[in-house]
Structures are given as structure tokens and as C-alpha cells.
Design a protein around this ligand. Structure first.
Ligand code: AMP
Length: 284
């Protein structure tokens, strides 16, 4: 496995692979890797010849500087995990490599997909994501790229960027990997105390309650959201950032429970922000 931090080294390797007609799969991450990230790697290895994983804690996508500084870093273990899963190249750039000083910064955004959910409560977040991911796409030249559906809005925003700007690649969504109790795996979970971890288990239980109430006939969307909110708020030190029901494609708020809906939440447990979502099919 190659580990490179300079763009020139990355480009050299990609040049060789392209010349040999290998297809390239790319999994962008912020490190502190877990089994969810490895699912992206596994999917990439199945579908492409060479897998690149990047580790870069991207400062421009953090609207809260404290969150950025507290983001867990675990590079040595990350590299061992990548090696054991057969990643071909890890790209580990410095901040100054990705963001050399410029007087003419660019800004990308997809307003229609960013006005709700995390786009609403984390201003600037998706601009930062689009900026870094578009740069990484140009640098890694992948045929396919793999994104977790846990960050569903990110998946939609990246897919829309690729479509709008004709990036010659395919964006593939990978299902959310969960802990035994159903909590979505996240690099941030290590920051939860035992008590907070217990509180966090209310999240998968809320999704179970969401499905149960739908199957027992609940169709009043406001009442449904209220039941789910009240359930979450039984948790100690849990604060809801948002709990929204939107259309899974356009991410527009739904006013009726019908068809497919995306139930998406972000909560703070202590000062750790956790997100999760599920697509729920509402029976006729
Ligand atoms: P992150 O390092 O949190 O920026 O995540 C890097 C990529 O891994 C993103 O595409 C995430 O959606 C994906 N990812 C993170 N957690 C999970 C998970 N539990 N299951 C599947 N994919 C995930």
C-alpha cells in the first residue's frame, strides 16, 4: 500500500494506473476509520481495479472551530486498517497542500439541496464539502466514488455536483454500517462517555418507533414528528438540532406521509453531534 501526501506523488501513481487501463475507485474520508469506512473500501474493491482512500480533516466544512479541533485523529491505526483491507493508495495531504493561499477562492453550492437539514443548521458546511471533494475528484481522477448513505444529504449534494458539472465518474451510495444496538458508526462516537453512549442508543430506537407507529396507522405528519421528538427528549443531555421529514430526492419538506419519505435527524448528545436517517416507505 502506498501512502502519499504530495500531489505530485499522487499524480505519478495515477498516471501509471491510467496508462495500464486500471479503473480507479475513490473513498474520501476524514480518518478515524471504522467498519463503515471499510464498507466503502470493500465496495470499491469489488467494482474497480485500484482503490484510493483519502484522509483529510477538511477545515472549511466545520462551521464550529471547536468541533474541528476536537475531531479525532488516529492516523497510524487508520493506515493499518487500510493496509489490512487492501487499499492500494492512501492520500494524506496537509492543509496547505489542499488550500494553498489564494486571493481568488472559489465557492460551490447547490442551494436547492442545501436549504434544509445540515445545510440549514451548519451554514457553510456543504460549501466546504463541495470545495474539497471537487478538488479531490480532479486529483484522483476516479471512475467510481463511494459515499456513505449515513450522510445522506452529502450523498445527494455530491451526486448533484457530479451531474451538474459533468464529472466523468459515478457516485455510489453505501448503506450505513451500525453498532449492535443500531447506532450508526461514526468517528465521533468515541467522544461519547458511557452515559452519553447509552443516551445515543435512543436514536436507533426512535427509528424503530417511527416504523412501528407508521405500521400501526399513524399518518399525521406533525403528530408523528412530535411523538418521535418527545421520545428522543427522554434522553439525558440530548438536544435536537433537527428532526425533519423530507422527500429523498429533492430534500424538500413533506407535508403528508405518503410514498417514500426520508426521516433525518441531527442531535447533540453532550457536545457530540450525531446524525442519522432512514428512508421509510409509507404503506397506502
Ligand atoms: P467521514 O470520515 O465521517 O467524513 O466519512 C467518510 C465517508 O464514510 C463518508 O462517505 C461517510 O458517509 C462514510 N461513512 C461514515 N460513517 C459510515 C457508516 N456508519 N456507514 C457507512 N458509511 C459511513
Amino acid at each position: 500500500m502506498k501512502v502519499v501526501s504530495k500531489i505530485s506523488e499522487l499524480k505519478n501513481q495515477i498516471g501509471e494506473w491510467k496508462a495500464a487501463k486500471y479503473s480507479i475507485g475513490f473513498c474520501p474520508t476524514m480518518g478515524s476509520l471504522h467498519a463503515g469506512h471499510m464498507d466503502l473500501v470493500e465496495a470499491s474493491k469489488k467494482e474497480t481495479d485500484k482503490t484510493i482512500l483519502s484522509i483529510f480533516v477538511n477545515p472549511t466544512q466545520f462551521n464550529d472551530p471547536k468541533d474541528f479541533h476536537q475531531y479525532p485523529v488516529n492516523t497510524e491505526i487508520d493506515l493499518m486498517l487500510c493496509e489490512s483491507k487492501g487499499v492500494d493508495l492512501v492520500f494524506l495531504p496537509e492543509v496547505t497542500t489542499m488550500y494553498p493561499e489564494t486571493k481568488t477562492p472559489i465557492q460551490l453550492s447547490i442551494p436547492a439541496l442545501q436549504k434544509n437539514l445540515c445545510g440549514r443548521t451548519r451554514p457553510g458546511h456543504f460549501e466546504g464539502v463541495l470545495q474539497i471533494v471537487s478538488k479531490l475528484f480532479h486529483l484522483t481522477e476516479p471512475n467510481k466514488t463511494f459515499f456513505g448513505l449515513k450522510d445522506y444529504q452529502q450523498f445527494r449534494v455530491i451526486s448533484a455536483m457530479v451531474e451538474n458539472l459533468n464529472f466523468p465518474l459515478e457516485v455510489i451510495g453505501v448503506p450505513t454500517r451500525r453498532e449492535e444496538d443500531g447506532l450508526a458508526m461514526s468517528s465521533r462516537n468515541v467522544r461519547l462517555s458511557n452515559k452519553e453512549r447509552e443516551t445515543a442508543s435512543l436514536i436507533p430506537r426512535m427509528f424503530a418507533l417511527a416504523k412501528k407507529t407508521i405500521h400501526s396507522g399513524e399518518r399525521d405528519i406533525n403528530l408523528w414528528k412530535e411523538i418521535l421528538r418527545d421520545f428522543l427528549l427522554t434522553g439525558d443531555s440530548l438536544r435536537i438540532d433537527y428532526l425533519e421529514v423530507v422527500d429523498p430526492i429533492g430534500l424538500e419538506p413533506k407535508d403528508k406521509l405518503e410514498g417514500e419519505v426520508l426521516l433525518a435527524i441531527a442531535v447533540f448528545v453532550g457536545d457530540v453531534r450525531l446524525i442519522d436517517n432512514q428512508i421509510i416507505q409509507i404503506p397506502n
